[in-house]
Design a protein around this ligand. Structure first.
Ligand code: GLV
Ligand code: MN
Ligand code: MN
Length: 409
């Protein structure tokens, strides 16, 4: 047997530093949204590094970027994660999965032709931060994007996702060409984004299940009035209704206990003036639970309570569902491969549930899929404070490389 592959911390550190420059903002934090300039620049640079590593580089119709080591069989073992970020995100969410895949394939390349083909991918969109695109890259690969989304999904500036694709050099009418039928497995390495591994001083998690996600936008319509002359008892203040609904949702979900979570992270208050009673409010609801029945029960309860509160206050209410993603179990035999790879490299692992959403939960609907987690310092994520030590990153990438070797060589 060949000498085992070891990825060095310095290599991971350099890669993280390098990719983190694309979209980095002056005050800290990264904005790299699908089809924007920073995203395009990061992909171009990555293409260069992948070519230098001797990978066969190709991009698909939606902007996923692939680097391949062709094997005796066309059947492919795929690894990677997403290259887009949240608004003012960190250097690791998604990026570390792409860079670990790169480091692993660079290390595997000298081993010669594999039995099955091995490929890395930088998926184009996962975060839902510019469009409510809900895993656009992965859905492209699975052929699960509908034509109507090209015009229905619009960013804050009124640009449709179809126009954004066109501007970034991806003709939207070719959308269907992204579909693949050659994938035998998908393995995604990701930062945990929570604090279990960090608190328990564990280097690695193998994911059992990824949480389910239910997302909707709430619209409350009251009446704008003069802030000085309208008595408190005569107001139809849309913000006060929204605030009560938000507090009530939070109470219901907190009472359900861990791991149920709900977040109202985005607010739009109109007309947004100091001296006008708010007449119109939109806010977001992101509800998560790894058990589908519980997720659905909580979703109907918070929706019902919202309607009751709005009715009592004489405020109009409507909901627009923008995502309903099933919790997803990872593939058992692929999990066993990851566990065996970790054990072979002397890395202890624990089973985990992911509270964050991942491409893997959508990929798993069409391709056997499994995930590795590495520690997030202080559990910080979706923040510029995200950090994973180069040692932990390198340990994860080493296990990933070992797993790919077992799966493809
Ligand atoms: C994606 O990162 C999510 O869990 O929101
Ligand atoms: Mn991610
Ligand atoms: Mn994320």
């Amino acid at each position: 047997m060949e000498k085992p592959i070891t990825i060095e911390p310095a290599e991971m550190d350099d890669l993280v530093e390098w990719l983190g420059q694309f979209g980095e903002q002056t005050g800290g934090g990264i904005i790299r949204h699908v089809y924007d300039d920073a995203w395009s620049a990061a992909r171009r640079a990555l293409m260069g590094v992948m070519s230098e590593a001797g990978l066969e580089v190709r991009e698909d119709a939606v902007g996923n970027l692939f680097g391949r080591i062709a094997g005796e069989s066309q059947r492919t073992v795929l690894t990677g994660s997403h290259i887009d970020t949240v608004v003012l995100g960190g250097r690791y969410d998604g990026a570390l999965g792409v860079l670990s895949a790169l480091a692993a394939l660079r290390a595997l390349k000298p081993l010669g032709k594999p039995r099955r083909s091995v490929e890395m991918v930088a998926l184009c969109e996962e975060e839902d931060s510019r469009f409510h695109a809900n895993f656009w890259g992965t859905r492209g690969i699975l052929g699960k994007i509908s034509e109507s989304e090209l015009t229905d999904l619009v960013d804050d500036r009124g640009v449709t996702i179809g126009e954004a694709m066109h501007r970034a050099g991806f003709p939207p009418e070719k959308l269907r060409d992204a579909k693949r039928d050659d994938l035998d497995a998908f393995v995604e390495l990701h930062i945990e984004q929570g604090r279990i591994l960090f608190d328990e001083h564990r280097p690695l998690g193998v994911v059992d299940t990824i949480t389910g996600l239910y997302r909707f936008r709430v619209t409350l319509e009251g009446r704008t009035d003069h802030a000085g002359t309208t008595p408190m008892d005569l107001r139809r203040d849309a913000l006060q209704a929204a605030a009560e609904i938000s507090a009530e949702m939070t109470r219901i979900v907190a009472e359900a206990g861990r791991p149920a979570v709900v977040t109202n992270g985005w607010w739009d208050v109109q007309p947004g003036a100091w001296n006008i009673v708010p007449g119109l409010v939109h806010f977001s609801v992101d509800l998560r639970h790894p058990v589908e029945a519980t997720k659905q029960r909580l979703a109907s309860e918070i929706r019902r309570r919202g309607e009751e509160i709005a009715a009592r206050r004489g405020i109009g209410i409507s909901y627009e569902v923008v995502g309903d993603i099933l919790p997803m179990d990872m593939d058992s035999s692929l999990k066993r491969e990851l566990q065996a790879a970790a054990e072979a490299r002397g890395v202890t692992w624990i089973p985990m549930i992911s509270g964050a959403g991942h491409d893997s939960q959508v990929m798993a609907t069409g391709v056997p899929t499994a995930m590795l987690f590495v520690p997030s310092v202080d559990g910080r994520s979706h923040s510029a404070a995200e950090y994973t030590s180069p040692e932990d990153a390198a340990r994860g990438a080493t296990v990933l490389a070992e797993a790919l070797r077992r799966l493809a060589y």
